[in-house]
Design a protein around this ligand. Sequence first.
Ligand code: SF4
Length: 301
Amino acid sequence: MDNLTFGPVVSRRFGVSLGVDLSPHAKQCNFDCLYCELSPAKPVDRAIDVPQANAYLEAIVCALEKYPQADYITLTANGEPTLYPYLEELVVGIKSLHVKQKLLILSNSATLCNANIARILSTIDVVKLSLDAADEKTFKRLDRPFKGLHVKDIIASIEAFSRMYCGTLVLEVLVVKGVNDTEAAFDCLNAAIGRIQPARVDVGTIARPPAYQVEGVDVVTLHALAARITGVPVSVAQNASYAQKHDFDEVGLMALLDKRPQSMDDVKYSFSSRSQILLKGLVSRGKVRMQTVAGMDFYRV
Ligand code: SF4
């Protein structure tokens, strides 16, 4: 039973999280992403080699007794968690535990076209969906999906999900050098994100050894690309030693926050000391407010 849950894992974006691995024996995924941390594997459209939901519920109860401080129970997998055939039974079972932890699922979005999966996900507190590209060519090259999956259908299903979902929808974009690191790719993504209107977009790059011979981008490029996403809070994976410090006057700062809410890390790593003091003053005068999105605090007007 030991490998059904893992952690708790501490992350900047979701705090303390107890992981639940819905494919503990083998990689079972409908994508075969270039950047995957798991070994390459042919994409599949179902997970067959899986434990029963009851085994997970027992493991979760045990783990929460040991780690009651967790903020989230995170459904993830060595692969795609929505391929788990007993997902509904598991989600209903976790909800019936009435624990204080929020339920989070990390999915690659591809199964949202299935109305039953969309319905199950709509009962989960926080849904984090990957969307690495909005054009078919880049999507196919980067995510290497199971046959018959098309990014325009996936985007349409995320849009439909966003309209009916009452929880917190977070999108994640992972940037790979030479694949989806162009302004054109991000402008295309931004158009899709504008229609989806997620609560937050997380932008990151390769941080661990990938399945294939690909590389991440540097933090300056990551910030420049993330800046092309407008109108929603964006969280960029930071590296304190590389980020540039920016100095703002009040007009410049208000214009920035109007266009792009800034996370606490954005402020810590990329604002000059003078700008940080100016921001505090704007908060105390009520000109800037704080908004919490899926555990992350943002400054916005
Ligand atoms: S969706 Fe996730 S698990 Fe599946 S191949 Fe891509 S990175 Fe790996």
